[in-house]
Design a binder for this molecule. Structure first.
Ligand code: N7H
Length: 544
């Protein structure tokens, strides 16, 4: 790949931030006083007891991939286990000055808009619960982490539906043991990514840290911005108050690009106000306070290595479209809720040919996310179980209170494909490729509560055929259940599609915590536990 090609790629929108997020994110002021009139500021939020809490987003403290995605075309995830504790801490201490902050990512995004961005390589680190123990975190503080994080993904298999072929016992070998940390590398050039991985290997080797597995990810060269099934991904992300600039602050102060609702930052970063929930309107709720005091400015990271059976998916789509008497393009849009171009089915309506190809304005910032499902209560246009409707039901009424509750279950996705593309018209392989030669999605998402966000979405919405209403069906893309799955598509020939066993299989994953820059330093120094105050001795009574 030539230098020129790579430099040019800096100007186009990459995979992760997506259409709207790239334009709307990160150019705003970081002080939450800039929140729209009528909304309370951080100072006005209900404050929990604890250490002093920030009044504005501390972008120099928050690692880089959380609020603004790395959004790099070449990424690598290095999964490590620690050896001797003191040396693991030294490793972390050497890593600390190399970490990329949200401030750096924000500045870069501004440079991207200005056309002055140069290729960069970024690094983040996140630690699992096992890693916290290996680093010597005090047991009392360890217990302050939530149970979901402490147990880790494999132990929560029955909750998220990692059963049968998805079961942890069947995961790829590197993920069948508890990993201690993941180093996330993002680069604009493959060579830079590879050089950063090599440097990490040297650093790890110096301190007895074992790199158990390096997982590369990359934007697909043949179909940039699209995941392996062929759909444009990374389009819809929550906006963050104090971070995402409203495009129209006067008329639409509570959204970034049209349709991108701004959420309180505590939904993603510890220490800040969360959504207020049902009845709160745009007012903030309590601060996210899960974890020990030094969890401030950190976030929980879910990583899933999801293999995709592209050939099986394509064959299934052809058959389902034929059975239902609709085109493959439309069947794809029914399954995902968007056409392959990203054009939203809810606004385009049923069309035999992907309308986003002839009319790119449908995927412009102004239109790509500007829709709700309330006008389509029976799923006649977008089926109730279409992937984007299951994973973010927008204004759909729910048993938990509708949209205001739904906004407490959002996730910040940072996924990227891995593996080589399956060319169109490639002959069907006898079996889907297996690890490590498979292809799929490195699914990463950030949140302030894994149970309330990722696990809730997967368990209560995606895997439940009766959400949002009886008979809606399973999310046809990535529901994980033991037993037959189905998908209701009102308005087609039978309205009912039996899903083949699966197109997406979990091949590994874990839960991590991505601490603030200061907290990484505390972990490295072994000083997450503040020294005990000197014992107060009561003076013995006089005369004895
Ligand atoms: Fe999904 N896909 O290609 O079909 N996803 N997803 N996802 N996903 C989305 O709006 C896909 C997975 C969400 O705000 C799009 O960015 C695939 C998991 C959420 O409107 C496409 C896999 C979880 C949204 C895909 C996969 C989610 C979303 C449309 C696995 C969480 C945003 C583009 C291999 C549990 C919904 C876009 C919104 C969008 C696909 C996994 C969640 C095309 C192939 C595991 C919240």
């Amino acid at each position: 790949m030539t230098q020129q090609r790579n430099d040019q790629k800096l100007t186009r929108r990459g995979f992760v931030a997506g259409v709207g997020a790239a334009a709307a994110a990160i150019v705003g002021p970081t002080v939450l006083d800039a929140a729209p009139a009528g909304a309370e500021t951080l100072n006005g939020a209900a404050v929990q007891p604890g250490p002093p809490l920030p009044d504005s987003l501390q972008l120099n403290e928050i690692q880089g991939n959380i609020l603004g995605g790395f959004n790099k075309d070449y990424q690598a995830l290095l999964f490590v286990t620690f050896g001797q504790q003191a040396r693991a801490r030294q490793w972390l201490s050497q890593l600390t000055p190399k970490l990329t902050t949200s401030a750096t990512v924000a500045a870069y995004q501004q440079a991207l808009v200005a056309g002055t961005a140069k290729p960069v390589t970024w690094v983040n680190v996140a630690v699992s619960a096992a890693g916290m123990t290996a680093l010597g975190v005090d047991p009392t503080q360890y217990q302050e982490f939530p149970l979901d994080f402490r147990e880790g993904m494999a132990a929560r298999a029955s909750i998220v539906g990692d059963v049968g072929p998805n079961a942890p016992a069947k995961w790829a070998a590197p993920f069948r043991k508890r990993l201690h940390a993941v180093v996330i590398i993002g680069a604009d050039k493959a060579a830079d990514r590879d050089a950063a991985v090599a440097a990490q290997r040297t650093l790890a080797g110096t301190y007895g840290v074992v790199i158990e597995f390096v997982q590369n990810g990359a934007v697909r060269a043949d179909d940039p911005g699209h995941e392996h099934f062929g759909f444009r991904d990374g389009i819809s992300q929550p906006g963050v108050r104090g971070f995402t600039q409203p495009v129209d602050p006067v008329n639409n102060p509570n959204q970034g690009i049209p349709g991108q609702d701004l959420l309180w930052p505590g939904e993603f970063v510890i220490g800040y106000p969360r959504q207020g929930g049902v009845g709160a309107g745009t007012n903030p709720g309590p601060r996210a306070n899960s974890g020990p005091a030094w969890a401030l400015n950190g976030a929980y990271l879910v990583f899933r290595r999801l293999a995709q059976d592209v050939d099986g998916f394509r064959r299934f789509m052809k058959k389902a479209a034929d059975d239902q008497g609709i085109s493959v393009d439309l069947m794809g849009a029914k399954v995902v809720g968007r056409y392959r171009s990203g054009a939203p089915l809810e606004t385009t309506g049923n069309q035999a040919v992907d309308p986003g190809i002839a009319d790119p304005s449908l995927v412009s910032d102004a239109k790509v996310n500007d829709f709700e499902f309330g006008e389509d209560p029976d799923g006649t246009t977008v089926p109730l179980a279409a992937h984007i409707r299951k994973t973010y039901p927008r204004d759909e009424p729910t048993a938990d209170g509708g949209e205001e509750d739904t906004q407490t279950h959002r996730i910040m996705r940072r996924g990227i494909p891995y593996g080589t593309s399956l060319p169109r018209n490639a002959p069907s392989p006898s079996a889907p490729p297996s690890f490590p030669n498979d292809r799929g999605l490195l699914f990463l998402c950030y949140q302030s509560s894994i149970a309330r966000q990722f696990e809730f979405v997967q368990r209560r919405w995606v895997n439940d055929p009766n959400f949002p209403r009886a008979g809606a069906g399973h999310d046809p893309v990535m529901s994980q259940v033991d037993g037959p799955r189905f998908f209701s598509v009102p308005g087609t020939r039978t309205g009912h599609v039996e899903l083949m066993s699966r197109f997406v299989t979990t091949t590994g994953g874990d839960y991590f915590f991505q601490p603030s820059i200061t907290a990484v330093g505390l972990l490295a120094a072994g000083t997450t536990t503040p020294p005990r105050p000197p014992a107060t001795t009561t003076a013995p009574p006089k005369g004895r």
